[in-house]
Write a protein that binds this ligand. Sequence first.
Ligand code: MG
Ligand code: MG
Length: 259
Amino acid sequence: MLRPKTAEEIELLRWNGDLVSRTLAEVGKAVAPGVTTLELNNLAETFIRDHGAVPSFKGFEGFPAALCMSVNDVVVHGFPSDYVLKEGDIVSVDCGTFYKGYNGDSAYTFPVGEVDEETRRLLDVTKASLYKGIEAAVAGCRTGDIGHAVQSYAESFGFSVVRELEGHGIGREMHEAPGVPNYGRRGHGARLTDGMTICIEPMICAGGRGVYVARDKWAVHTADHKNAAHYELTVVVRKGKAEQLSTFDYIEKNSMIKF
Ligand code: MG
Ligand code: MG
């Protein structure tokens, strides 16, 4: 599925990208000490369905919920639960939608109240590494250029890059070829062409890059139990500069939190 998408397909992906972006902003408004991750999940599911779409994660390979809610040392794929968020936590919220045969997929890591300086830096660097990856997602380049951009940026701050999980193409399927690793070598990997739609999603650890899967067979934890952050956007590869199909603007332009 390395073919570029048609203009019509891109519009449907853009519609989904906009909905996941707005859903993440709704969740972000509700993130606070004392709120459970299940409450956040439920408001997102209602929001998605109210817009005539379906939460694509629910039932995907048996995943039980609309959102992945990954707190602190959970990198990705955490289940929403009755866990009560507390001041100083971070929570990665990953959201997928499905509408008219196409998918949306984006993620944002929110601080809960005030977080410590090191954690703030982890969030800032992880998000900036995503934008470095997007800058490299140009027609004629390769997936290794994206991975190299993310990795070299994140590692320059002393953070580490999870290698077991990666970004992906997106279209009718949530996960299509090519895989988009967050590490790599310039000039290696699948070639990017104008109109390809991909999700770039750095998963960056404050400590070592080792991870393991919990007994629930889903939640991916850091082996050293230090925090990890995760941000994801969907883009369409273009000549010169990729175009974002999802955005953090709804989160950051309406928030009291300074990002
Ligand atoms: Mg995602
Ligand atoms: Mg994804």
